[in-house]
Write a new protein. Structure first.
Length: 145
């Protein structure tokens, strides 16, 4: 559990949390092995899981042939899970075997209902961080059906 807390603390999303808040997040995260070719998120499908990369390489593929790779420890995948009733904006495929910390949207929702201070911090931070990925997720006006 201590290693997982260190990984979470290294992320932009969780780095400003107090130790007791970080402990609560770590408690609902599951260490998960990922295999090459495995799909973690599927674009336009309901967002159920949020991931924090521990190891491995992952491709995020958006509409209109836009994509980028993620391979740094502490990178986050499946951001849409943090927004209620949302769908994934990218398909995430494991390019190599690896490990991630995984949290269900349901567990996250229950946590922020119990502790609104954590929810406020994470939602404010996630909005800022998502602005960086917004250009990749946007769909052109002509394909907006």
């Amino acid at each position: 559990m201590e290693d997982e807390k260190q990984v979470l603390k290294s992320t932009d999303l969780f780095k400003d949390l107090e130790p007791v808040e970080l402990e609560k997040i770590a408690a609902i995260m599951q260490l998960t092995r990922v295999h090459e070719g495995e799909i973690l998120t599927d674009r336009k499908q309901p967002a159920y899981f949020f991931y924090v990369v521990i190891s491995g390489n992952y491709m995020l593929a958006f509409e209109e042939d836009r994509a980028f790779t993620v391979h740094e420890e502490g990178e986050c995948l499946g951001w849409a899970t943090l927004a209620a009733s949302s769908t994934y904006t990218a398909t995430t495929v494991a390019l190599t075997d690896g490990e991630v910390l995984c949290m269900s949207g349901q567990d996250f929702l229950e946590l922020i209902q119990i502790n609104s201070a954590i929810g406020e911090k994470l939602m404010a931070k996630s909005c800022k961080l998502l602005e960086k990925r917004l250009p990749f997720a946007k769909v052109s006006e002509t394909n907006n059906s």
